[in-house]
Design a protein around this ligand. Structure first.
Ligand SMILES: [Zn+2]
Length: 125
């Protein structure tokens, strides 16, 4: 909380207390003035705090964007092996860098079952 905000909160608290004290003495007009001024100060504190948080968030987002821009574009993925590249993704070579489980290609029967499952889920969706 900044110093002006603290001052406004203190002022709103004092005005609220003053309004309450005048209400005990049935001084209604003064009570209304104290409480209206207290509400005015409290609204200012809330507005100022919200603006400060928005400025801080905006500065943080701009810093993150500047950091991402400074890194440059993300590198393109490297093909795992030359045979995979020349076969347009159908076959992997012996020098493949992918894990063995990721190299397997589906047989025709497996591919038909997968297509059938895909169609079934599409029909029910
Ligand atoms: Zn490969």
């Amino acid at each position: 909380m900044t110093r002006p905000e603290t001052a406004r909160v203190l002022g709103a608290t004092l005005l609220t207390a003053g309004g309450t004290a005048t209400a005990f003495h049935h001084l209604w007009w003064e009570t209304g003035v104290f409480w209206v001024l207290a509400l005015f100060l409290a609204e200012g504190v809330i507005r100022q705090r919200r603006a400060r948080r928005d400025r801080e968030r905006r500065a943080r987002v701009e810093a993150e964007r500047a950091e991402l821009a400074a890194r440059g574009p993300a590198p393109l993925p490297v093909p795992c092996c030359r045979i995979w590249r020349s076969s347009e993704g159908a076959v992997h070579g012996a020098d493949c860098t992918r894990p063995p489980a990721a190299r397997t290609t589906l047989r025709d029967a497996e591919q038909r079952i997968l297509d059938q499952l895909d169609d079934d889920t599409r029909d029910t969706a």
